[in-house]
Write a protein that binds this ligand. Structure first.
Ligand code: ADP
Ligand code: GLC
Length: 468
């Protein structure tokens, strides 16, 4: 079975968040299970495109409204990934040194049209088209409705919602950019008076998945306006928990971390990573280290962190290290705290893949006070590296972390996203750390939890088989 994933991100080529990790891993595991899985993504002006050589496999023009844009389909010259990636290069629109910006409607619409135009010409057509998030949300609609893609409309198409907060809305003055279709069916594009690519995907895709079972249930109650649509379409919706790429995220072989380790030498190995973090960020080695890694946005609960950190750090019982970027105001507040809590706190505002790995390998606890978390990969990376997760029980966090007070528990969970509950959760972490015997036992056990892609990749195959 030939599977074509269409996505804006794919690790290690272009990554903003977890979407990249998923699209960079799932095809690998699908190929191992005997499928032929590949990815179509935009060609960006980034480190990866500068450092690798590509060959052209097709040159054409894509019509966006009344303008033709030159485009080329590229492939890597050397097969360095474990799956094929086809890059859509549209120099006038897509080839930028960023993935997302304010002009995304035109960029990603052109990307989707070019991808389908190219597919029209392919002899070997995919058996399944698997779209990811709203950037590819018009693919199911165009396949079903646009006259020029009639020959592709029998190909089953799936949409995976990684995050329903972002829907890609745009106004009707851009309707003419979508290749001609029967205007009586324009309602399929609409949600609340706007063209809504995610809503169109939910209506037109043959199946809709989200990245954890709990998030699927939550979406039927609150989905940034799409809850009624998801309830209405629930018979074709299913939640499949993400996995992690255990080849990339393996503390025994990870090339980014200071010292490799396994469950057998976890104390020594993690100790060296923690020492490096404490020396680099001027923290106190003798105290527990709590970390946060991620986007500083409302969904992640990070607007509450400056107040939480300021209160907790006054007690001088722990260290806190944050890696992330996002809302300016939160960044400023996090930076301002450095002055007041020297020796126990630091924040690295920015994106740093290597540092993130060292934090998973060296911090004692990882904080995830998310208001919304469709799946969350950070907690699964932490578990694999022996960092105890402290999470708000929601979405994928609810499906992957059990509180230490419950049967077979190994993490710290809280129900509300409030300053008080996050503080209490951190204090529970400090108490657990002070009971070194229990702390170390939990740490060893969590490293054995299996969140590899194997099980979820099989669930996707079942889903593909049900519609192919
Ligand atoms: P989301 O996709 O909502 O941001 P996930 O938990 O699914 O959240 O995935 C986040 C991914 O991005 C993880 O691989 C995490 O390590 C990485 N990440 C997030 N912020 C940073 C950062 N500032 N520096 C390095 N890696 C980051
Ligand atoms: C989104 C979600 C995150 C999920 C990731 C990968 O970015 O916010 O929870 O883990 O996609 O599916």
């Amino acid at each position: 079975m030939n599977i074509t994933h269409i996505s804006a991100e794919c690790y290690p080529i272009a990554k903003v968040g977890g979407l990249a990790d998923v699209v960079g891993a799932l095809p690998k595991y699908q190929n191992e299970l005997g499928l032929k899985s590949s990815v179509i993504m935009p060609f960006y002006d980034n480190k990866f495109s500068k450092e690798n050589e590509f060959v052209s496999i097709c040159k054409s023009e894509v019509l966006l409204g009344v303008y033709d844009h030159k485009f080329e389909v590229l492939k890597l010259k050397k097969n360095i990934l474990e799956f094929d990636v086809f890059f859509i290069d549209i120099p006038t629109l897509l080839f930028k040194d960023y993935v997302y910006s304010y002009e995304d409607t035109d960029r990603f619409l052109a990307f989707q049209i070019a991808a389908l135009d190219w597919m029209l010409a392919l002899e070997d057509k995919p058996n399944i088209i698997h779209c990811h998030d709203h950037h590819t949300g018009l693919v199911p609609f165009m396949l079903q409705e646009s006259f020029k893609y009639t020959s592709l409309n029998k190909i089953p198409v799936i949409t995976t919602i990684h995050n329903a907060q972002y829907q890609g809305w745009f106004a009707y003055n851009k309707l003419h950019l979508i290749p001609p279709f029967e205007m009586n069916n324009a309602g399929l594009l609409d949600w609340n008076g706007m063209i809504n690519p995610l809503a169109a995907a939910i209506k037109c895709a043959w199946r809709v998945t989200t990245v954890s079972p709990s998030y699927m249930e939550e979406l039927k109650i609150e989905a940034n306006g799409l809850q009624d649509l998801l309830k209405q379409e629930s018979q074709k919706c299913v939640g499949i928990l993400n996995g992690i790429d255990i080849k990339v995220w393996n503390p025994e072989t990870d090339v980014y971390i200071i010292e490799n380790f396994s469950e057998k030498n976890v104390t020594l190995g993690r100790g060296k990573n923690k020492n490096w973090l404490c020396e680099t960020f001027n923290l106190d080695k003798t105290k527990p280290l709590f970390a946060f890694i991620g986007r500083l946005v409302g969904e992640k609960g990070t607007d509450l962190l400056p107040e939480v950190f300021d209160t907790i750090l006054k007690e001088k019982e722990c260290n806190i290290l944050l890696l992330g970027s996002g809302h300016n105001e939160v960044e400023e507040q996090l930076n301002a705290l450095k002055e007041h809590h020297k020796g126990n706190y630091d924040a690295f505002i920015g994106y740093d893949e290597k540092l993130s790995h060292i934090i998973y390998a060296g911090a004692d606890f990882l904080l995830m006070p998310s208001r919304v978390e469709p799946c969350g990969l950070n907690q699964m990376y932490s578990l694999r590296y022996g960092t105890i997760p402290i999470v708000r029980s929601t979405g994928g966090l609810k499906d992957t972390v059990i509180d230490i007070e419950d049967k077979n528990g190994f993490g710290i969970c809280h129900n509300e996203v409030t300053v008080l509950q996050i503080e209490q959760a951190i204090k529970r972490g400090v108490s657990l750390y002070n009971n070194q015997e229990r702390f170390k036992e939990i740490r060893k056990n969590i490293m054995k939890i299996d969140h590899s892609w194997d099980a979820s990749a099989k669930e996707y195959i079942k889903l593909y088989n049900s519609i192919n």
